[in-house]
Design a protein around this ligand. Structure first.
Ligand SMILES: *[C@@H]1O[C@H](CO)[C@@H](O)[C@H](O)[C@H]1NC(C)=O
Ligand SMILES: *[C@@H]1O[C@H](CO)[C@@H](O)[C@H](O)[C@H]1NC(C)=O
Ligand SMILES: *[C@@H]1O[C@H](CO)[C@@H](O)[C@H](O)[C@H]1NC(C)=O
Ligand SMILES: *[C@@H]1O[C@H](CO)[C@@H](O)[C@H](O)[C@H]1NC(C)=O
Ligand SMILES: *[C@@H]1O[C@H](CO)[C@@H](O)[C@H](O)[C@H]1NC(C)=O
Ligand SMILES: *[C@@H]1O[C@H](CO)[C@@H](O)[C@H](O)[C@H]1NC(C)=O
Ligand SMILES: *[C@@H]1O[C@H](CO)[C@@H](O)[C@H](O)[C@H]1NC(C)=O
Ligand SMILES: *[C@@H]1O[C@H](CO)[C@@H](O)[C@H](O)[C@H]1NC(C)=O
Ligand SMILES: *[C@@H]1O[C@H](CO)[C@@H](O)[C@H](O)[C@H]1NC(C)=O
Ligand SMILES: *[C@@H]1O[C@H](CO)[C@@H](O)[C@H](O)[C@H]1NC(C)=O
Length: 879
């Protein structure tokens, strides 16, 4: 038996007037709180407000760290900015967004996909969309120019959601937009907490309208997409023209504009009928019918009707109220039929035929696969980050089963969240110590870390893994003693322990004995042996220290995470085969780590390193400085033969090459603005995000590197402090810095502070805008860029300031703004120069100024694209 509920506005209002006032307030109070609107692929830090809806979209880059941004080839023809970029996922099977939400709150989640032949393959892909550990939808396109949207109503149980795109071998997944809207908790309630509602159809009945019009925010406070629908054999009833469009709302808040028209049968004695076809007989559906009497009835008129579905009584008699939204809905899902017919028939003494204003149908989807237990997720994420595991570890670690992270196994039973029971990172090129996060995987039974370059001791915290049955740490560079707790367990055979003691890990009587993978077996005099082992271990350690005083740096027990040996450096750089640069500190070589990460190895010339102690402490400090606009330091080598720093390799070289070296690929205006924002962001982090602050001291275009997506990252920060820049010191008398970029005040006093970096940054901005060297050569004379540019600026001739290579392709407003910023940076009075955080904010404003100007040229084609996204494919038939 079907159950229904009628949702009516609670009649607390004393008069209609009061009701109208309240609605007015509600409409004005509409805002975008509870909205998360991501334009996927949009350059980092860019945001804009959509022309038609006023919705504020931001870049998706803070919510995902994989995928590449692609811009549609015909993007100038798109007037809907949202479609201009996509994020595409050429590598990895599963790539996931992680978006913070409020757990326990109901959300409408919408993902949109507009192919637009962005990859020039003329072949739209097909792929899967997952939410957490559950399959949400399969994205496929019937027509190249259709916007595909998937929408669901979901109440997250965690304080984030993971939205994943899964490659199923039918092309590269991509996505255009992700939108989240909070809904009222009391609406769209499903019987089972494990199910979600997928949008099936959502229509406003409007027999007279010509095209499929779309209504959304701000007409709909929840930003649902409504399309007008023209049923046959029905005529339209509309609110009278002098109607102010106001409506007494219920919790579902259907938009007033959609509710202002209704359909009614042409034959006044015939029922109003609509039907849809189920995709599958076992599918379950929830139905929502929205009513509003649009005509003011005379005293002798009545409108009353009964509602049935496939002949079964649902609700009646129903009398829609004048200018009030009422919703009739099913509280148990409809199922078991191939076709559902909704029928509204007038009752015997009703003088008027039935009406219907809007209809929504949702399909139920089972979401019972729970996500992995939160502590396990946090622990494995930490492990992934600490070792930089180069595997496609994305989304939920354990589910869905088919996409369980490679190297893991999980316990999956019933409705309990899965737990990680096995972790196999053997032969994965791991470097550093054994991560303490491993001990947080409390249900772990199998742990295989063999055949890596792990160093340091076998830590005590492994004892906390009470379920551990197998531990394999063989073929590593571990040193020290095996914790006695583990030895005990291996002796009682509750743990199969595989270690090798070639590198000094002491387990058996002789630490020098060469044998790998020794499964330890219980012995009779376990305790005596253990004591013996411990004392032997200490003895060997002491002897080692005494006999090799000048090699204590190597093979000692001092933790040396991310320290590479000379041999390793030789392997990484293939014997220093390829020079990719030459800096003030020495040559830079290309290299490849075991896990295939490409690196730049900066070999410091002996004279540039002040002392071993400072080098090590400085390098270790820089290891912990992480920001997306700073070059990550992966490791260092501090052996006698060589001192080197190992950085992540940046595919697009440095800014100097792009701006100042003959180059066919001219940096575009907005690329320059983005680079300025990136660099400001990195410098702001060094100044204001690090404690104590790090002063760069040598900022210049060749120290601003560009990654594969042309995102800028600052290099060489922090090293000026304990390394002497021997080359530049010949040229200028200052301790660090490059001629043309260094603050004159430093040259005078020799002291450095944040404001000196701000000066250098100002010069970098001028170089970025003008495309000229910091030292301009005119008439055989070297003059500073400022001497050249300031007179032109003062004459108000911005066209002659900006790089002529741009051929006028820039925004004048943004150009003036950036000139203003640069001028403030180079103020002769250091106190007057702004702080980097202010400069960053101003540059971001400059960027949005530019966005607005560039993207809102014409709005003509919006409807063309929107109309393609209608539900014409769903089988809604009218009689
Ligand atoms: C999401 O929440 C986590 C934990 O509260 C926080 O660390 C992270 O920065 C947040 N992410 C974003 C994009 O706001
Ligand atoms: C929805 O329900 C959750 C949990 O019951 C509650 O925390 C949250 O405040 C509710 N939100 C609204 C808008 O009522
Ligand atoms: C794709 O949609 C457009 C616009 O509706 C239409 O003109 C075109 O014929 C469609 N193409 C196919 C192959 O269905
Ligand atoms: C109008 O509807 C009634 C009831 O369905 C039917 O008997 C009648 O024939 C219809 N009249 C016309 C003109 O179709
Ligand atoms: C209702 O009353 C109006 C006059 O006030 C009359 O013209 C109309 O026919 C009546 N309608 C019905 C169904 O009786
Ligand atoms: C409409 O429903 C009412 C209430 O259940 C019932 O008494 C009446 O017979 C129904 N009328 C028609 C025409 O089905
Ligand atoms: C029919 O109309 C009368 C008076 O107009 C009303 O009392 C009665 O409840 C109505 N019957 C139904 C089934 O709506
Ligand atoms: C994962 O564990 C299950 C039992 O929990 C076992 O049946 C299965 O073989 C394991 N899979 C792998 C790849 O080890
Ligand atoms: C870990 O994986 C390697 C191969 O990748 C396999 O040889 C080894 O047996 C696995 N270890 C465990 C504990 O399953
Ligand atoms: C150890 O790892 C290396 C790569 O890291 C691999 O080439 C080698 O085959 C692995 N050895 C074993 C025995 O798995």
């Amino acid at each position: 038996m079907m159950q229904t509920i009628m949702i009516r506005m609670s009649l607390h209002f004393l008069s209609a007037l009061l009701g109208v006032l309240t609605i007015l307030v509600l409409i004005q109070a509409q805002d975008q709180s509870g909205f998360i609107s991501l334009d996927c692929g949009l350059p980092e830090d860019v945001s804009y407000s959509a022309l038609k809806t006023g919705i504020n979209y931001i870049s998706d880059s803070k919510f995902i760290d994989t995928g590449v941004s692609k811009r549609l080839g015909n993007s100038e023809k798109l007037s809907e900015k949202l479609l201009e970029y996509v994020r595409s996922f050429p590598s990895g099977v599963r790539n996931c967004y992680r978006i913070n939400v409020t757990s326990g709150t109901k959300y409408l989640i919408r993902a949109s996909f507009y192919y637009g032949n962005y990859d020039n393959l003329n072949q739209p892909p097909q792929f899967d969309l997952h939410l957490g550990a559950n399959l949400w939808d399969t994205v496929k396109f019937t027509n190249l120019s259709v916007i595909k949207t998937s929408e669901m109503i979901y109440t997250p149980s965690l304080d984030y959601i993971q939205l994943c795109l899964v490659n199923t071998g039918k092309g590269t997944p991509f996505i255009s937009a992700i939108e989240l809207r909070t809904l009222n908790n009391d609406t769209y309630v499903t019987r089972s907490a494990e199910s979600v509602l997928l949008e099936f159809l959502r229509l406003g009945l409007s027999p007279n309208s010509i095209t499929n019009l779309e209504y959304r925010y701000k007409d709909d406070v929840y930003d649902r997409l409504w399309f007008t629908f023209q049923p046959h054999a029905m005529k339209q009833l509309s609110a009278s023209p002098n109607n102010d469009g106001l409506l007494l709302e219920n919790n579902y808040k259907p938009p007033a504009i959609v509710m202002s028209t209704a359909a009614t049968p042409v034959n006044v004695s015939a029922p109003l009928e609509l039907e849809w076809e189920a995709d599958n007989v076992n599918d379950q559906y929830y139905l929502y019918l929205h009513f509003n009497e649009v005509e003011e009835l005379a005293a002798n008129e009545t409108r009353a009707f009964n509602i049935t579905i496939n002949g079964e009584f649902l609700y009646g008699p129903m009398t829609p109220r004048y200018r009030s939204a009422d919703t009739i809905l099913t509280t148990t899902p409809l199922t078991g039929a191939a076709r559902y017919q909704v029928s509204l028939s007038k009752t015997k003494n009703s003088t008027l035929p039935p009406i219907l204003n809007a209809i929504e149908v949702y399909k139920v989807k089972d979401f019972s696969q729970s996500e992995t237990q939160q502590d396990d997720v946090d622990a494995i994420k930490n492990i992934k980050n600490a070792y930089g595991v180069a595997r496609n570890w994305q989304g939920d670690p354990c589910g869905p089963l088919k996409y369980m992270w490679e190297g893991l196994n999980c316990s999956i039973d019933g409705y309990d969240p899965p737990r990680i029971t096995s972790l196999n990172l053997s032969s994965s090129g791991l470097i550093g110590q054994i991560e303490s996060s491993i001990s947080k995987l409390t249900m772990l039974q199998y742990l295989d870390l063999s055949n890596n370059s792990l160093n340091g001791p076998l830590p005590d915290f492994l004892i906390q893994l009470h379920s551990l049955k197998v531990l394999n740490v063989g073929k590593n560079k571990l040193t020290g003693l095996v914790p006695s707790g583990l030895l005990e367990r291996s002796k009682t055979k509750s743990l199969s322990l595989s270690v090798d003691d070639t590198s000094g890990l002491c387990t058996t009587k002789s630490c020098r004995k060469k044998s790998s993978h020794v499964p330890l077996i219980a012995s009779i005099s376990a305790i005596i042996v253990a004591i013996l082992l411990i004392s032997l271990g200490f003895w060997i350690f002491r002897r080692h220290k005494v006999t090799s005083t000048n090699s204590t740096k190597r093979g000692s027990l001092i933790p040396k995470q991310h320290a590479f040996s000379y041999t390793e450096i030789l392997n990484i750089t293939d014997n220093f085969k390829t020079i990719i640069g030459e800096g003030g500190f020495g040559e830079v070589y290309f290299g490849t780590l075991q896990n295939q990460t490409q690196v730049a190895v900066k070999r410091l010339s002996p004279s540039s390193v002040q002392g071993y102690k400072e080098f090590q402490s400085e390098a270790q400090l820089l290891m912990i400085v992480h920001h997306r606009n700073l070059i990550p330091l992966i490791g260092y080598c501090d052996e006698d033969e060589i001192k080197a720093l190992i950085y992540k390799y940046m595919a697009n070289g440095n800014l100097h090459q792009h701006l100042l070296v003959e180059n066919t690929n001219i940096l575009k205006w907005n690329e320059r603005l983005n680079i300025a924002v990136d660099a400001a962001n990195g410098l702001d982090y060094l100044h204001n995000g690090c404690k104590p602050p790090i002063i760069h001291r040598d900022l210049k275009p060749s120290n601003i590197l560009l990654d594969e997506n042309m995102h800028a990252k600052i290099a060489d920060f922090g090293i000026s402090r304990s390394f002497v820049n021997d080359i530049d010191s010949h040229i200028s008398t200052c301790p660090a810095g490059t001629f043309g970029y260094v603050d004159p005040e430093v040259q005078r006093t020799g002291n450095t502070n944040k404001k000196n970096d701000v000066y250098s940054f100002g010069i970098v901005l001028f170089v970025l805008i003008t495309g000229r060297q910091a030292i301009v050569r005119t008439g055989g004379e070297n003059i500073n860029i400022l001497e050249w540019v300031i007179p032109i600026i003062e004459s108000g001739d911005i066209q002659n300031v900006v790089d002529p290579k741009l051929e006028g392709e820039f925004s004048i407003n943004a150009a003036w703004k950036i000139v203003e910023i640069a001028m403030s940076c180079i103020s002769p009075n250091a106190v007057e120069r702004p702080d980097m955080n202010l400069i960053l904010a101003e540059l971001k404003e400059c960027l949005s100024l530019d966005m607005v100007q560039r993207n809102y040229g014409n709005a003509g084609a919006i409807d063309e694209f929107v109309s393609l996204a209608t539900v014409s494919e769903t089988a809604l038939l009218a009689r």
